[in-house]
Design a protein around this ligand. Structure first.
Ligand SMILES: [Zn+2]
Ligand SMILES: [Zn+2]
Length: 208
């Protein structure tokens, strides 16, 4: 089973202009939307069914905005995988899958032996079973993420959605309005400048 790749999102009126994003942010594109979390949970459930059928289902995946350096984690006490919202917004499907499999390997390892060391022998053999690298860190090229990140906010006068590479406090809209940015959606765009994922919302420092 593969996770779906982000839908190419042509906006309702088809605009792909570089600094203007048309239409409202689609809530289903949020990285922690119920649809997206269900899809991730299903990926884990299918993996467990194939490799550890006797194991009861894990708690629903938690999407964390605070995980900036760590891409994923597993908490045995809660039987819960957490994933970084940045990974889900900016990561390629194969990298999301690799991190999910790594954390699922932790869950299976803990299920087989509660005392097994976290990246030890048993973990490595579980990783081989799942067909994922058994290294401590999943190799994800996060350096490329910045170029796909935009901050999107709406002009209060003409209601255009404006996109900037940085979270600015003040922006000038093409309609001539000079506006103070109160809140912006942090999104991932594809090569055509279309929004493929919404990571969350941010407020400029000192703004508002
Ligand atoms: Zn690990
Ligand atoms: Zn405007």
């Amino acid at each position: 089973m593969r996770l779906a790749t982000p839908a190419g999102g042509v906006t309702p009126n088809g605009s792909v202009a570089r600094n203007v994003i048309s239409g409202a942010i689609d809530p289903s594109k949020k990285v922690d939307s119920p649809e997206r979390v269900a899809e991730l949970d299903e990926y884990v459930r299918t993996t467990l069914k194939a490799h550890e059928p006797g194991m009861s289902p894990l708690s629903p995946i938690r999407v964390s905005r605070r995980m900036t350096r760590t891409l994923g984690s597993y908490r045995p006490d809660k039987r819960q995988i957490a994933l970084s919202s940045r990974l889900l917004a900016f990561g390629e499907t194969e990298h999301v899958e690799a991190v999910l499999l790594h954390e699922t390997a932790h869950a299976i390892t803990h299920h087989r032996d509660e005392k097994a060391s976290s990246h030890g022998r048993l973990f490595k053999s579980v990783c081989r079973e799942l067909g994922v690298e058994s290294k401590r860190f999943v190799n994800v090229p996060i350096g490329a993420w910045g170029s796909r990140q935009r901050y999107v906010f709406t002009c209060p006068v003409c209601h255009s959605a404006l996109a900037r590479k940085r979270l600015v406090r003040i922006a000038r809209c093409k309609c001539g309005t000079r506006l103070a940015v109160q809140r912006a959606a942090r999104v991932a765009v594809d090569d055509g400048g279309r929004v493929v994922r919404v990571e969350g919302y941010a407020r400029p420092r000192g703004g508002g």
